[in-house]
Unconditional design. Structure first.
Length: 95
């Protein structure tokens, strides 16, 4: 069984790989702390692609209230957001 740290690292790698494949990311060096919004990597179109990917990856729904800069600023912030959504989903499922 996958422990929490390994699962988070796998999530980080999958999200990073997906972001690096975006047309808006071509030719850019992107690390886990790169500001994806300031660098123009996430725009309205690429954001929709990432949202669809995240919903499939984490098996969660992302709502309008989730769209804020803090959640999508960097790969690290996206990973934390996904882990929070997973935690909320598991809490709702158990409760």
């Amino acid at each position: 069984m996958e422990d929490g740290k390994n699962k988070m690292e796998k999530t980080r790698r999958l999200i990073g790989d997906n972001i690096r494949k975006l047309e808006t990311a071509k030719g850019k060096v992107i690390d886990d702390n790169t500001n994806l919004l300031e660098e123009g990597i996430l725009d309205s179109i690429s954001m929709m692609s990432i949202i669809e990917f995240l919903e499939e990856l984490a098996q969660v729904e992302i709502y309008d209230d989730d769209f804020n800069i803090e959640n999508f600023e960097s790969i690290n912030s996206i990973v934390l957001f996904v882990e929070k959504k997973r935690s909320e989903k598991n809490r709702d499922f158990v409760g």
